[in-house]
Design a protein around this ligand. Structure first.
Ligand code: GTP
Ligand code: MG
Length: 255
């Protein structure tokens, strides 16, 4: 996806109704502080449109980021935030469940797990709940920059084992610092969502234009090269030198 314009379009609180959107959505769930908002910023090529914090519990609403008027990235509140009181925690849980149940345009759910640690009990419960509800969550192993390159595969394997994922479940190591995994995640999103008609038409038109330009270029390239009138040199030629050379050649022609 080439990012042209992005904006935070809809914010849903505990009492809000889930919007009936006209574009497809993909959502990001995971425990508090795992890096959901940072991932969304990285996907949008923005530093801080989605607010992040080293303090857990930053995102407390469901935030819909409109991408190019073609789709939404949905930032969900983090679960397992220890400092929130029991009532609030229950409400956030309800909000997430309600969204995942209600949205008609939800095409994929990404579950984020910190690559450094074994998935928590809450992570396991969330994963199982999603699978029970008929989702096939894609796992993103966040903060991959915090591990040495050689440790990544082993930690990914641990996540697979602890969550007891299906063999075909995709687990993508990702880092908001190095942007490792960004292209892979976008490729997946692109393959899972349906773009609106007007965007598809625009893309087709652009592809056609690009094809015409490349055909014209091919015809141009096929033309025989014009004979060089001046001896080619790597050095930049001063105007004066050119004038002199022209005079000389004209004089030669006359004689
Ligand atoms: N080193 C490193 N730090 C990260 C990465 N992703 C996020 N962080 C840091 O982790 C902290 C939490 O990131 P957020 O993106 O706010 O996490 P969140 O999941 O949205 O958190 P809540 O909104 O509280 O649920 C911030 O201090 C980020 O800078 C990463 O890939 N690498
Ligand atoms: Mg957040």
């Amino acid at each position: 996806m080439v990012i042209k314009n992005v904006c935070l379009e809809i914010v849903c609180g505990i009492t809000s109704t889930i919007p009936d959107n006209i574009y497809d959505e993909v959502a990001f769930a995971g425990k508090s502080n795992v890096g959901k908002s940072s991932l969304i910023n990285a996907l949008m090529n923005r530093k801080a449109l989605a607010r992040t914090s080293s303090q857990p519990g930053k995102t407390q609403t469901i935030n819909f980021y409109n991408i190019n008027d073609s789709m939404y990235l949905v930032d969900l509140p983090g679960y397992g935030y220890a400092n929130a009181n029991v009532e609030i925690k229950a409400k956030w849980g309800q909000m997430i469940e309600n969204y995942l149940h209600t949205s008609k345009r939800l095409k994929a759910v990404f579950l984020l797990i910190d690559i450094r640690h074994d998935p928590s009990e809450n992570d396991q419960l969330m994963y199982e709940w999603m699978v029970d509800q008929g989702f096939a969550p894609i796992i993103i192993a966040t903060k991959a920059d915090k591990l040495k390159k050689g440790q990544v595969a082993r930690h990914v394997q641990t996540i697979r084992q602890v969550l007891q994922v299906e063999p075909d479940t995709i687990v993508i190591p990702f880092s908001a610092e190095t942007k490792e995994g960004r292209e892979e995640i976008w490729a997946l999103i692109d393959s899972l969502i349906e773009l609106p008609e007007h965007v598809k038409e625009e893309l087709e038109r652009k592809n056609k234009d690009a094809q015409t330009v490349s055909d014209e270029q091919k015809t141009e390239d096929a033309k025989p090269e014009k004979k060089a009138r001046w001896k080619k040199t790597d050095r930049p030629v001063a105007r004066k030198t050119l004038k002199k050379a022209k005079k000389k050649s004209a004089a030669k022609k006359k004689s």
